[in-house]
Design a protein around this ligand. Structure first.
Ligand SMILES: [Zn+2]
Length: 211
């Protein structure tokens, strides 16, 4: 079970359908395997429903009712059949062309590979990062927010250990140096609104290659 969760504000925004696509997808992936957040989502959804119920009903004109009835008659949209990728959260599956080992990972360094997911979002970029087992990334801070969901394996930074299902938010005040556990590569889903800014010596060398 996850030890680190999205904030209530994020869950509420998700419940209200107000999150950008990339972030909504990440929350859906976390919630799928988190009973705590499922419980909260249930409460927020009910709250939202009660607010809708308490609003004055809109006076619909005849034309609008006719259109609504027509829409109800329309056939259900065909749901795209998605081949199951075991161990990958269901909301993410349709965006994954293959399982982790068969993705066309791009090398950033020997310790860090990335794969960019094609998710329609104006503000955020969505990537999978793969940190090689036992490797530590150069120390870096963030120019903007970066939301991370651990998909597989685990990593640690100065104070915490993060495991599959954990949701982590790094912002401009976070300065860290994540290290993957020795037993396996760590794969994370990352949604970010600004490029990483590296701080160490190694970081300055790598920086020109970072987007
Ligand atoms: Zn949770």
């Amino acid at each position: 079970m996850a030890n680190y969760h999205p904030t209530d504000e994020l869950l509420m925004a998700f419940s209200a359908g107000q999150l950008p696509n990339a972030l909504g997808l990440m929350l859906a992936c976390h919630i799928e395997h988190c009973p705590d957040c499922q419980r909260k989502m249930h409460q927020f959804n009910e709250l939202g429903g009660n607010i809708l119920d308490s609003l004055e009903p809109l006076a619909l004109d005849e034309g609008a009712i006719g259109k609504l009835l027509e829409r109800l008659d329309e056939p259900e949209p065909v749901v795209e059949k998605v081949e199951m990728l075991p161990g990958i959260p269901r909301p993410l599956q349709r965006f994954m062309p293959a399982h982790y080992d068969n993705l066309a990972w791009q090398g950033m360094s020997s310790s860090l590979k990335e794969f960019t997911l094609d998710i329609d979002d104006d503000r955020y970029t969505t990537k999978l990062f793969r940190i090689a087992a036992g490797k530590q990334l150069p120390e870096h801070t963030h120019k903007g927010n970066e939301f991370t969901l651990v998909m597989k394996g685990s990593f640690s930074d100065k104070t915490c250990n993060y495991h599959a299902g954990d949701f982590v938010l790094a912002d401009t005040s976070t300065r860290h140096q994540p290290q993957a556990a020795n037993d396996s590569d760590c794969i994370c889903l990352a949604v970010m609104d600004a490029p990483l800014k590296l701080t160490g010596t190694f970081g300055r060398m790598l920086n020109p290659f970072m987007r």
